[in-house]
Design a binder for this molecule. Sequence first.
Ligand code: FMN
Length: 197
Amino acid sequence: MFFLNLDYLQAFHDPDKEIRILIHSATWVKFINDNSDIHMSDIMPNALIVYYSRSGATRTMAEEIGEALKKEGIDVAVQKVEDTKVSDLLGYDGIIMGSPTYYGTMAAELKKLIDDSVEIHGKLDGKVGAAFATAAVSGFETTVFSILEGMLIHGMIIQGNPAGDHYGAVAVGEGTFSDSEWSSNFAKRVADLIKRL
Ligand SMILES: Cc1cc2nc3c(=O)[nH]c(=O)nc-3n(C[C@H](O)[C@H](O)[C@H](O)COP(=O)(O)O)c2cc1C
């Protein structure tokens, strides 16, 4: 109740914050009354991680990125591309896609989702996008970029990196992502952008 009263006082004195504060207050009222229909996902920024993985390396990376995003306060869903419908993409503030490198580009399964997303063309405009890729040897950067191209055409906003891997998270083989600087860096930078927008 202390929070509620303080919020209302601030709302009167700070019109710029009024909407945010009233939402915050309403959340507390519902919480206190213990009959809430509001879930954390209604008030937390969220992200969907969609990946394709045949032998597990990209799945491991997807799960690690998911855990790191949760630590940054993002409500995360991690899902296989085979289980993902185009309409799923609409429900998230951030969309992160991952693929193995197949001859220097993304797997056909992920490309199909991106091609099918023409159905919702224009509706992803302004959402945050990011990509990651695995490879046996190399080629992961062109894979990441092939995903980012589709995201940019949708009007999505991409966080680059001036220091670490510039375009997105990359790994050679399973397990190497955990050791790279990206494990601490990629998720934080993507999460910060999602929270800012
Ligand atoms: C059809 C096919 C094409 C591939 N092309 C490349 C390639 O161009 N460069 C490379 O380094 N690895 C290549 N690989 C290896 C995979 O990118 C690598 O093993 C990847 O980490 C597998 O991911 P997954 O375990 O999530 O399926 C290829 C594998 C397959 C099956």
